[in-house]
Design a binder for this molecule. Structure first.
Ligand code: SAM
Length: 334
C-alpha cells in the first residue's frame, strides 16, 4: 500500500487512501447496514466544511464513520475530541489507525461500536461547556428515525441538545433532503418538512451524485445542515406536536380537516374539528401541504387546549381495536 500525505487543511501523518484500506482489509459494503462509502477526499472535506467553523475546544460526534473518509476530513479541522459511533466492528483497524495519527496532535478520538439509535450522548459528554457538532453520512435505513429522535431531544433540551448551538450536518437520500427543506405548498412538503422546520432551520448544502459512492446507491444524496432555532416555535411537548402533525399529514391530498379530525372520536368529530379550526384561525379546506408551520402549531395548540377540557380524548386512537371506525371497516372488508 502506498502511503501519502493528505493535502488539505491540517496535515495528518502519511496514510494509505481509503480505497487502499478498503481493499487491504477486504471491507466489502454490507447492504443491511446501508453502507455506501465516500472515497473522494474533496467531497468529504466539503461535507465537513458545511458544518461551519469548528473551534479547537469543540467536540464532534460522527455517526457511522465506516472506513473513515469523513473522519479524516474532521481530524484535519482539529477538534479537541472526536467521538465515533459505528455499528460495524470490521472498521476497527482503519479507525484505530486514525486514532493513533490524532493522538500526537492532541486530539482525542473515542471509538464506540454501538447503535447510534441507542447511544447515550449525555453519558459520554456529561458536561455542557463544549459545543457539539453532529456529522454523518447516515445509513439510509435509519436516517429519518434518527432525525425524529434528535428533534425530540432538541425539544426537551437533552442529549446532544442541552446547549442551543448543536448543529447537525447530515446526508440523506436526495428526495428525503428535499422533503426536510420543502417550503409551504411545494410538492415535497410533508410531515418531515414541518417537524424539521418547527425546531430547526434546515439548509440544503449540496447534492452528491450517487456515482461518488462505493457501491453506488440507486439515488443521489443531499447534504443538509440543520441549525436549531434559538427561539423554539412552540413550548408544547414533542409527543403532542408529533401526533398532531402526523394526523394532519395522514391524508396529504385531502382537506386538512380530514386527517386532523382523526385525532377526535367519531361521535363529535365534525363539530369539534370545525370548532378547533376556528379557534386556530386556519381554513379547514386547505390541503395539508399548504399549511405553514405557525398554522400547524396553532392547530396543535387548539388540540392541546381541547384535551385539557376533555382529558379522555387524549387516549383516543382511531386505529385502535375498540374504535368503531376501524372495527366497522375491518368487518366490512372481511
Ligand atoms: N462515513 C462512511 C463514508 O462516508 O464513507 C460510511 C457511511 S455509510 C453510508 C453508513 C455507516 O453507518 C456504515 O459504516 C455503517 O456500518 C454505519 N451504521 C449503520 N447503521 C448504524 C447504526 N445504527 N449506528 C451506527 N452506525 C451505523
Amino acid at each position: 500500500v502506498t502511503a501519502r500525505v493528505l493535502n488539505s487543511g491540517m496535515r495528518l501523518p502519511p496514510l494509505p487512501t481509503i480505497r487502499e484500506l478498503v481493499k487491504l482489509y477486504k471491507l466489502q459494503a454490507m447492504k443491511q447496514l446501508s453502507q455506501n462509502f465516500l472515497m473522494d477526499e474533496r467531497l468529504t472535506d466539503k461535507i465537513v466544511k458545511s458544518a461551519g467553523r469548528i473551534d479547537p475546544r469543540d467536540i464532534v460526534l460522527e455517526v457511522g464513520p465506516g472506513p473513515g473518509g469523513i473522519t479524516r476530513s474532521i481530524l484535519r479541522r482539529q477538534p479537541q475530541r472526536l467521538i465515533l459511533v459505528e455499528k460495524d466492528r470490521r472498521f476497527g483497524e482503519t479507525l484505530q489507525l486514525l486514532r493513533e495519527c490524532a493522538s500526537p496532535l492532541d486530539m482525542q478520538v473515542d471509538i464506540y461500536y454501538d447503535d447510534i439509535l441507542r447511544f447515550n450522548i449525555e453519558q459520554h459528554i456529561p458536561d455542557t461547556t463544549q459545543r457539539i457538532h453532529l456529522i454523518g453520512n447516515l445509513p439510509f435505513s435509519i436516517s429519518t428515525r434518527l432525525l425524529i429522535n434528535w428533534y425530540a431531544d432538541l425539544a426537551a433540551r437533552r442529549g446532544a441538545f442541552r446547549r442551543n448551538d448543536t448543529c447537525m450536518t447530515l446526508t440523506f437520500q436526495k428526495e428525503v433532503a428535499e422533503r426536510i427543506c420543502a417550503p409551504v405548498g411545494s410538492e415535497q412538503r410533508c410531515r418531515l418538512s414541518v417537524m424539521s422546520q418547527i425546531w430547526t432551520e434546515p439548509v440544503m448544502k449540496f447534492i452528491i451524485p450517487g456515482k461518488a459512492f462505493v457501491p453506488k446507491p440507486q439515488v443521489d444524496v443531499g447534504v443538509v445542515k440543520l441549525i436549531p432555532l434559538k427561539q423554539p416555535k412552540t413550548q408544547l411537548p414533542f409527543s403532542l406536536v408529533e401526533r398532531v402533525v402526523r394526523h394532519i399529514f395522514s391524508m396529504r391530498q385531502k382537506y386538512c380537516r380530514r386527517g386532523y379530525g382523526t385525532l377526535l372520536p367519531p361521535d363529535s368529530r365534525e363539530e369539534t374539528t370545525q370548532t378547533l379550526f376556528q379557534r386556530a384561525d386556519v381554513r379547514d379546506t386547505l390541503r395539508s401541504f399548504e399549511l405553514s408551520v405557525p398554522q400547524c402549531l396553532r392547530l396543535a395548540d387548539a388540540y392541546a387546549e381541547y384535551i385539557k377540557e376533555h382529558p379522555e380524548v387524549e387516549a383516543y386512537d382511531y386505529r385502535g381495536p375498540k374504535n368503531p371506525d376501524v372495527s366497522g371497516a375491518a368487518a366490512a372488508s372481511s
